[in-house]
Design a protein around this ligand. Structure first.
Ligand code: FAD
Length: 414
């Protein structure tokens, strides 16, 4: 069997893999990405957070992404009936980017992959990992192309950025169930000919509609005039709808006043897709000769659009630590990777929990929201979940419940 040698093998050419590969390549190490699919390929995860702009910039991707003319995103709007909580990233507590993009991921991910290739990284498409053997920290990975040809790749380190493929967690039994209740989603892209264009700036933010206590809808407009729309929630909600996926989604849309008229009869660009039970975790995030990044680590929930940002955060951290390892320097994976990632993931975990148990609904839709708190929450929604100056980061596990109680008492008294 043909065999080749690299310093780092990256599995997967999504945001986690391309960011990691760019940073390792910049340091002069030989890095190769193997990607199972042909690009462009569909993947969900279209609303980015301002925090990820720092990673795009550091990886040298920013200009290439800017050139695509994606829809700029300046905030996040939450709607429940007639109530609206509108967060604008320019009005946030932490220092950082005030905007980001809403992107069809097929185009966005191809832009990153083409850019990393332009920087000198080899990206092999339609090449899937079928086996990995570790010898200490060195490894030999078997890959197979679309024609069934196999070869082996020797590497000093592996960055697993295989997303939902979860190559190393599956191969080495590292998958761990998520603590969240199982949830389901049904979504498509819709020709949004009735998109409001007025001063409400509907297009330049994500809208999350709280449809029922445990069911919500994302509305993510793209610059192409197409909008991504998806229902997310407990699986039993979906059981009440029958027919084809398109019939089901159309019937669901008709039940929500905020979107019913806008999307009634509009063209769906593909048969609605379902994903179920997507929340997943891993028993360990690194090991001898490898690190898990992006969705190969842990995925919580789409409500706060944190997935692609965590993918880039972990790709950046993991890539930099891999460089340290290759240079023979001591790496504290536990402190510099696991603790760092878990700080961010756990902050969002508290917010996701608070969204589904109603705590955040009480805060977001309070009659008189406290503007300082709103700015602090806005920073979390922008992905700045490492700023310990922000009480909503530092005390994320308790502060939401406490604040919801204060809001409740205020509203009872007022
Ligand atoms: P991916 O982008 O999935 O890339 C992994 C790549 O690895 C793929 O291209 C795959 O082909 C390749 N691969 C897999 N197996 C192999 C193999 N054996 N060999 C070689 N290559 C392989 N995130 C957001 O930021 N914003 C959102 O609005 C958002 N909405 C979401 C909505 C839903 C319903 C869900 C389920 C998720 C959402 N996410 C969102 C999360 C987002 O989809 C992911 O977090 C993000 O795509 C992870 O990026 P990644 O680089 O880890 O993996």
């Amino acid at each position: 069997m043909q065999r080749e040698k690299v310093d780092v093998l990256v599995i997967g050419a999504g945001p986690a893999g391309t960011v990691a590969a760019a940073l390792i390549n910049k340091e002069g190490f030989k890095v190769k990405i193997v990607e199972k699919q042909k690009f462009p390929r569909f993947v969900i995860g279209e609303s980015l957070l301002p925090r990820c702009m720092e990673h795009l910039e550091e990886a040298g991707f920013l200009d290439a992404v800017k050139a695509q003319g994606f829809q700029q995103k300046f905030g996040a709007k939450f709607v429940r009936g007639k109530q609206i909580a509108d967060f604008n990233f320019s009005d946030q507590f932490s220092d950082g980017w005030k905007w980001t993009w809403q992107v069809p991921r097929s185009v966005f991910d191809k832009t990153l992959a083409d850019e990393v290739a332009r920087q000198g990284v080899t990206v092999e498409y339609e090449t899937g990992v079928t086996d990995i053997k570790f010898f200490g920290t060195d490894s030999v990975t078997t890959v197979e192309d679309a024609a069934g040809n196999k070869k082996e790749i020797e590497a000093r380190f592996i960055v697993d950025a295989s997303g939902y493929g979860r190559v190393i967690p599956r191969m080495f039994g590292l998958d761990k169930p998520s603590g969240f209740e199982p949830r389901k989603t049904l979504f498509t892209h819709i020709k949004d000919v009735k998109r409001p264009v007025a001063a409400e700036l509907e297009g330049n933010r994500i809208t999350a509609v709280a449809h029922k206590p445990k069911v919500w809808i994302w509305v993510i407009p793209f610059s192409t005039g197409v909008t991504s729309v998806g229902f997310v929630g407990e699986p039993s909600h979906f059981d009440a709808f029958t027919g084809t996926p398109e019939e089901q989604l159309r019937a669901m849309i008709a039940t929500e006043d905020h979107i019913a008229e806008r999307f009634e009869g509009q063209e769906f660009l593909f048969e609605p897709k379902t994903i179920e039970g997507y929340a997943i975790s891993a028993t360990k995030l690194y090991g001898d000769g490898f690190v898990l990044t992006g969705n190969a680590t842990e995925f919580l929930d789409p409500i706060f659009s944190s997935g692609a940002t965590f993918a880039m955060e972990s790709g950046s951290k993991g890539g930099k630590l891999a460089v340290k390892f290759l240079k023979g320097e001591q790496v504290d994976w536990e402190k510099d990777f696991v603790q760092h990632m878990m700080q961010g993931i756990d902050t969002f975990r508290s917010f996701v929990t608070g969204w589904y148990d109603g705590t955040l609904h009480a805060i977001f839709f309070a009659k008189n929201p406290n503007q300082d708190h709103k700015r602090m929450i806005c920073s979390v929604l922008a992905g700045y979940v490492w700023d310990k100056e922000n009480p909503f980061v530092k005390k994320h596990s308790t502060i939401l419940k406490t604040l919801a109680e204060v809001v409740f008492i205020d509203e009872m008294e007022g």
